[in-house]
Design a protein. Structure first.
Length: 111
């Protein structure tokens, strides 16, 4: 019984420690990690909006994190990385929309 408790404690401890370590799957952009959230626009599969935060960490990194999320989505949905941007990562700095430290991007996959 004591061996089971010790084993359980070791597994639980290892799990907790692994949650603190950076994931191997995370990708840094401009040396920083960003959270990118993609959602469909009006329930249309091809149109999407992306919020990338924290934009203040690096606007260039946030742009690339958003582009990456969009490409990943379009490839998964349509097998292509072609995107028509409405408000894209290549926009002039003044045209970029940042609200509450979140870069707002919007586009559509071109199937």
């Amino acid at each position: 019984m004591k061996i089971i408790q010790i084993s359980l404690a070791v597994v639980l401890g290892a799990t907790l420690l692994s949650a603190c370590a950076p994931s191997k799957d995370r990708i840094a952009f401009d040396g920083k990690f960003f959270k990118a959230k993609l959602s469909k626009v009006d329930k249309q599969r091809d149109q999407f909006a992306i919020e990338v935060s924290p934009a203040s960490a690096s606007i260039e990194g946030a742009r690339e994190a958003g582009r990456y999320e969009a490409i990943k989505y379009c490839i998964a949905q349509y097998g292509t990385s072609s995107i028509t941007w409405v408000a894209g990562p290549d926009a002039d700095g003044a045209a970029l929309r940042v609200e509450n430290d979140k870069l707002q991007l919007r586009g559509a996959c071109k199937p």
